[in-house]
Design a binder for this molecule. Structure first.
Ligand SMILES: O=C(O)CCC(=O)C(=O)O
Length: 309
């Protein structure tokens, strides 16, 4: 019975029906892309199969050079920024200074102690931006938003923040399975080290250039479902499919040994995850912001739910 409810699209539709305020922004987008859908309808990559690449995103290096963000960086960070389109990520060293990072860490501790934020999905502190002006201000920094808008050729809007005290230990994935967009590529991740990280305390890992691979979706691991039912493959099947692809293509992983305050920006389709956190005597404090393109339809491919925001 429980699995029937979980797999039924109707139960999600009923839930979405009562979320009109947070979903209605999709209606003009459905119209723009010629989809006959209600604000509460399920959405998946299957709906966009006929539209394809006419909505490819521009990669405009000259526009990146014109941003105030680029102009304010040192040579090393500028070079990394210019490599974003080719590699699928860039690293901005020393983005936040020591005192700002210390303030974030103490704010997170206060929010945790007061119970305003709690661990979800095992080790994630979701949406501290809803409780901390400081963290929201960092996520909505004007020159960062201007840069991100150019990186994905859209209009960047902060969607969520996640704080970690320990390593995520999340298996390799692309964010485009969790935060999918149409047109594809309308998402960016901004990861900030809130203390030094390395292979022993669960560093972030990523596969350079993997953003050029196809976007792997439900159809790639037999999880499409039917008109009324979601696919019944567990998320582990997605992770296994990626593991096999990485092996067969011999992709090379890199580990981000970050210093406190360093930032890494990743492309919507870069494969990434968290290393094992083997040294239990240390924490791995970090923060990640996810941004959507306001001009895109945003949804969760696995459960076919439009994103609420
Ligand atoms: O912080 C990490 O270890 C990984 C985070 C991540 O994969 C994500 O937020 O998408």
């Amino acid at each position: 019975m429980l699995s029937f409810i979980k797999e039924s699209k109707i139960s999600y539709m009923v839930y979405n029906f009562f979320q009109k305020k947070k979903l209605y922004h999709n209606v003009p987008l459905f119209e723009r892309y010629g989809l006959k859908k209600k604000y509460f309808s399920p959405v998946s990559s299957e709906d966009f199969k006929h539209l394809k690449s006419e909505f490819d995103r521009k990669e405009d290096i000259e526009a990146v050079k014109e941003t105030s963000f680029y102009k304010s960086q040192n040579k090393e960070n500028q070079e990394s920024l210019l490599g974003f389109f080719d590699l699928g990520y860039c690293i901005i060293k020393n983005y936040l200074d020591e005192s700002t990072v210390n303030q974030i860490n103490s704010e997170i501790q206060t929010l945790l102690d007061s119970g305003k934020i709690q661990f979800k999905y095992r080790n994630k502190l979701m949406f501290a931006i809803h409780h901390s002006n400081l963290i929201k201000k960092i996520g909505e920094d004007k020159s960062l938003i201007e840069l991100l808008s150019i990186l994905f050729d859209g209009k960047a809007k902060l969607f969520q923040s996640i704080n970690f005290i320990n390593g995520s230990e999340q298996k390799t994935h692309s964010d485009s399975i969790h935060m999918t967009t149409f047109p594809l590529g309308g998402l960016l991740g901004v990861w900030i080290a809130l203390e030094n990280t390395d292979a022993e305390n669960g560093a972030l890992h990523y596969y350079p250039k993997s953003h050029r691979l196809p976007y792997f979706m439900n159809s790639d691991y037999d999880n499409v479902g039917t008109k009324w039912k979601l696919g019944n493959k567990g998320y582990a099947a997605y992770e296994k499919m990626l593991e096999d692809k990485i092996k067969s293509m011999n992709l090379q992983k890199e580990i981000f040994c970050a210093e406190k305050g360093d930032m890494l920006i990743w492309h919507a389709n870069i494969l990434h995850g968290g290393e094992a956190h083997s040294d239990k005597n240390r924490t791995r404090k970090s923060m990640v912001f996810h941004y959507f393109d306001e001009n895109a339809i945003c949804y969760h491919e696995v459960t076919q739910r439009p994103a609420l925001f």
